[in-house]
Design a protein around this ligand. Structure first.
Ligand SMILES: [Zn+2]
Ligand SMILES: [Zn+2]
Length: 193
């Protein structure tokens, strides 16, 4: 009863289409647009969308990797999920966790946030039951000795430009040539990857 009175007084509005709805953030049709991209239709290295049945995109097949590590995205470029705002920490971490399960990547020994991606990365690390290690400086350099050489790393990233992600990826891969995975919440408008 109280909930329905509240609903009358403060009806929710879908952030994407503006219609009144009883669901949080989006109306049901707009929630469907937030569906996570299927890793089976994407390059297994750089996550570029693929038209035909294949494991890798043409660039990765030719060995022209965009990043020195495997990468995946949580949302499609056109997903309304961007409108939720980055303070929806637990919800966004939940989506990231589901996408990580779909990707079937190995369990990370540590989750590393990009410098301003720590709140969602921390919530994701707790879902994964993996420690969060702030191994990158604000200028994307690696803080020596924060990681073990044999670690499998998951670098989590929210909204960086592709050049800062490239810097961080290169710094980590110089020290840790193997087993680094990058999970990015959103593809970027300026993405060259
Ligand atoms: Zn809507
Ligand atoms: Zn690729």
């Amino acid at each position: 009863m109280a909930a329905s009175i509240l609903q009358l007084l403060f009806p929710s509005v879908c952030l994407a289409c503006g219609c009144k709805c009883a669901t949080k953030w989006f109306c049901p049709p707009c929630w469907l647009l937030c569906e996570l991209p299927d890793p089976a239709n994407h390059c297994q290295v750089c996550f570029q969308g693929l038209e035909e049945q294949a494991r890798y995109c043409a660039s990765c097949r030719e060995g022209k990797k965009r990043l020195p590590m495997v990468r995946g995205f949580v949302f499609d470029p056109e997903s309304p999920a961007r409108l939720m705002g980055l303070d929806a920490v637990d919800a966004l971490a939940g989506f990231a966790y589901l996408q990580w399960i779909q990707l079937e990547w190995p369990d990370p020994d540590v989750v590393i946030p990009m410098p301003d991606s720590a709140p969602i990365a921390a919530a994701l690390a707790s879902l994964m039951q993996a420690p969060l290690v702030k191994a990158l400086s604000p200028s994307y350099e690696y803080y020596e000795d924060r990681l073990e050489e044999e670690n499998t790393l998951l670098l989590f990233d929210v909204s960086h430009s592709s050049s800062s992600l490239h810097k961080a990826a290169s710094a980590l891969s110089a020290s840790f040539p193997k087993k680094i995975f990058v999970l990015s919440l959103f593809p970027y408008a300026d993405s060259v990857f």
